[in-house]
Write a protein that binds this ligand. Structure first.
Ligand code: AMP
Ligand code: MG
Length: 572
């Protein structure tokens, strides 16, 4: 070992000693064998654990210790009052479990684990909920929510349990949750399970979104079993057994708008205030906790961060599918992946969820739904605000539109390779989208190909065949006029062709998770061939980089005809 590596090892041990000093308050110590440590190749100052046996949650589980817990410990469906969490143990799957896939990036960069651990039974038992770490207090969270515009009362983690909190070497704290791990007090009429198809989609999409640079929960691993889970996939009276699966997912916090709403609706004001103070102190340290207007400051931050998140969704054509207030994170992360979809042919009315008959959560409605959800957040804050502060809520919310538009234009300028602002840019973007809409061109590939094509050489009306999305756009009578305006704009800006292409190809993905791609991987996974999921993850981890395997699979080609009839419902 070099001196530098020895020094790093020393620092690493200090990190754990420090944590142990913190954890010592709760009575025990984190034990770590030096043999379990390996040095990360690329960065000698960071260490990773080689064996899952040595990996431990934080001793002190802050959530469990900070809030009153539901006094009932039996696991049956009920209305819970005056508590945020119920202690709920995962229900292990009965049949053999198989590890379908894992995210190396989550293991190494978040959990300080080498991916060697996936080979161990301990890891698979952990991910499948078969063994809960000693000392862990698994929790299901009580929350409410507005679903499709209406207050639904108590919802809560009906099939998820938070296993514990982990503070990594970077000092980031993550909450680890199993989804699909069985009934909880919040399961209502559900079975607490998740099926393979929805779990593959959540696993792949969380990681895909992260690598697209969009705030999101993460997914560490996915296991599947042979346990039958009955689902009527299209609600057409055809229930069938499917395979039960579990995703280990992570977020810095799983609190949602609905976490606050249920407390306000049930008049649990002291707990509401306590949760707000906790959220401010833990996740929004820039807000002064002694400030009389701290709740307004929190609201204002969530309003602008939600606006930015939705602008980011729009910039990649991501449509969440179920933008209920219980699925909107207080940290403005994308959470609870269900019947989401990436828009393929540009269509503002795109609705991925076949159960959403009225198209409430269509692509173009998402920014407006953000306002609705934030209005509900404002209502949940009212019980802790003074009269003059309540009046400020609407004023703050009025700022949403400006935040959204600014972020949207910033992102779409980047998508067009523009590096300065110009008042005509809104038109340039709008006309490009209108041409795409009229010609039903592919949203992702139209932007991507525009960044790949040699624009300056493009002065005839023939476009090389491989630019299939632009070729479709070129059928529109405005296309060449638009190209001329765009070229003039670039010349005025002084942007070189090389800079334009490089900016656009860093911004516009070549590979997104199209439904048909997920579908193929799911069909194979159902037959115990997990290679499709693994390959897709590998591609989606580098969405901007040309990849021979992905090209071969047709991921950047005109989507196959059969993909147009694919449907995704809420059933999961
Ligand atoms: P979602 O639309 O997936 O965000 O779910 C809305 C609510 O239904 C949440 O409280 C979920 O925990 C609950 N839920 C969804 N599926 C199930 C299930 N299979 N079993 C129990 N609860 C469920
Ligand atoms: Mg949800």
């Amino acid at each position: 070992m070099s001196t530098r590596e020895l020094l790093s090892l020393y620092l690493f041990i200090l990190h754990f000693l420090y944590n142990d000093a913190v954890f010592a308050k709760s009575g025990a110590c984190r034990k770590l064998s030096l043999l379990d440590l390996v040095i990360k190749d690329e960065c000698p100052s960071v260490f990773i654990l080689h064996s899952f046996k040595s990996w431990k949650f934080n001793r002190r589980q802050v959530l469990a210790r900070s809030f009153p817990l539901d006094p009932i410990v039996q696991n049956y469906v009920r209305q819970v009052h005056d508590s945020l969490f119920s202690v709920t143990y995962p229900m292990p799957l009965k049949s053999q479990t198989y590890l379908v896939s894992y995210s190396k990036s989550v293991l190494v960069d978040i959990l300080d684990l080498s991916d060697d651990v996936v080979k161990s039974a301990e890891f698979v038992n952990f991910v499948s909920g078969a063994k809960v770490s000693p000392g862990s207090i698994p929790l299901s969270h009580r929350y409410g929510g507005h679903q499709f515009g209406y207050w639904s009362g108590q919802l809560g983690d009906g099939r998820a349990v938070m296993l514990g909190e982990y503070t990594n070497q970077q000092g980031e704290t993550w909450e680890l949750q199993l989804k699909g791990s069985g009934r909880t007090p919040y399961s209502r009429r559900g079975d607490g399970r998740a099926v393979l198809r929805s779990s593959v989609r959540e696993f792949l999409c969380s990681e895909a979104m992260f690598h697209l640079g969009i705030p999101t929960s993460r997914a560490a691993a996915l296991v599947v079993s042979d346990d039958p889970v009955i689902r009527d996939q299209f609600y057409d009276g055809n229930p069938k057994p499917e395979r039960g699966a579990i995703v280990l997912r992570l977020a810095p916090s799983w609190f949602r708008i609905g976490s606050l709403e249920i407390l306000a609706k049930n008049n649990e004001i002291q707990l509401l205030r306590q949760l707000l103070n906790f959220v401010i102190e833990k996740y929004f340290p820039h807000i002064d906790k002694t400030d009389q207007d701290k709740y307004l400051a929190l609201y204002s931050t969530i309003v602008s961060e939600t606006a930015e998140l939705i602008a980011k969704w729009q910039s990649v054509g991501f449509t969440h599918g179920v933008c209920n207030t219980d699925n909107f994170s207080l940290l403005s992360l994308t959470i609870d992946y269900g019947p989401f979809g990436f828009m393929e042919e540009y269509n503002p009315n795109f609705v991925p969820n076949t159960s959403d008959d009225e198209g409430r959560y269509s692509y173009e409605n998402q920014p407006g739904i953000g306002v609705f959800n934030l209005e509900k957040l404002g209502e949940a804050l009212k019980p802790v605000l003074r009269h003059h502060q309540t009046e400020q809520i609407q004023h703050i919310l009025n700022g949403y539109e400006r935040n959204y538009k600014e972020k949207f234009m910033e992102l779409f300028r980047q998508k067009l390779g523009l590096s300065t602002d110009n008042e005509d840019d809104e038109n340039i973007v709008a006309v490009f989208l209108k041409i795409m809409e009229d010609t039903k061109s592919d949203f992702t590939m139209s932007f991507r190909e525009l960044g790949e094509i040699d624009l300056m050489g493009l002065n005839s009306d023939t476009i090389p065949h491989k630019y299939w999305a632009l070729t479709t756009m070129a059928d529109h009578e405005w296309f060449w006029k638009w190209i001329a305006i765009y070229k003039t704009r670039l010349t005025q800006e002084g942007t070189s062709e090389k800079t334009r292409q490089s900016l656009m190809n860093k911004t516009n993905p070549r590979y997104i998770l199209r439904n048909w791609m997920a579908q193929e991987a799911i069909q194979r996974a159902n037959r115990n061939d997990f290679s499709g999921v693994i390959e897709l993850l590998r591609v989606l981890e580098h969405p901007m980089e040309w990849n021979a395997e992905a090209e071969e699979a047709g991921y950047s080609s005109l989507p196959p005809e059969w993909s147009k009839s694919l449907r995704v419902s809420c059933s999961s």
